[in-house]
Design a protein around this ligand. Structure first.
Ligand code: CTP
Ligand code: ZN
Length: 156
């Protein structure tokens, strides 16, 4: 159900991807996980802490709309690490043609930098970081370092 606040703050898009029901306040980290930085020239709308109704419960959520780009499953599934209840809506000619949830990847490639300075992924080698995603956190597949706090501070 659309809240009045959302309707006023953020317009529908013609084509692209809407990431909805993002954990309130997490939109900026979601953008970073998608590799979208302050230098982007993409058309973006971002709303944070807007009123939302979920199963009749009032709450808050963030929304990110990326125009003219359909994000791949690999790209969007990373978001599950910070916002497991996000939904991805693909929009074509103003219509929602696809709606799906996010599933945490089993292995996360790139995006997060290993905290071990001696890890081979931090040497001057063309090796992409790789972490096994478990309930405990992210385990580096190269040196077994565990990252389970401040994920946002370890995004490349
Ligand atoms: N949306 C958009 N531009 C469009 C169509 C939809 O930005 N042309 C956005 C809506 O604002 C909403 C999301 O895409 O944030 C999903 O749209 P829709 O499925 O119509 O909304 P709901 O039914 O409220 O979705 P849900 O049940 O997933 O909350
Ligand atoms: Zn490592």
């Amino acid at each position: 159900m659309k809240s009045k606040a959302e309707g006023l703050m953020i317009s529908p898009i013609k084509d692209g991807t809407v990431i909805d029901h993002i954990h309130p306040g997490a939109a900026l980290i979601v953008l970073r996980m998608l590799g979208i930085t302050g230098k982007t020239n993409q058309e973006l709308s971002i709303a944070t802490n807007v009123a939302s109704m979920t199963n009749g419960q009032e709450g808050k959520k963030d929304i990110v709309k990326v125009s003219n780009r359909e994000l791949s499953k690999e790209e969007v599934d990373r978001i599950a690490l910070v916002s497991p209840h996000a939904t991805i809506n693909i929009i074509r000619d103003y219509i929602v043609v696809e709606k799906k949830g996010v599933e945490s990847p089993k292995v996360l490639y790139g995006i997060v930098k290993c905290t071990n300075p001696g890890c081979i992924t931090n040497a001057n080698e063309p090796i992409r970081s790789a972490f096994e995603v478990t309930e405990e956190g992210l385990h580096c597949l190269y040196c077994d370092t565990l990252i389970n706090t401040d994920l946002e501070n370890h995004i490349t």
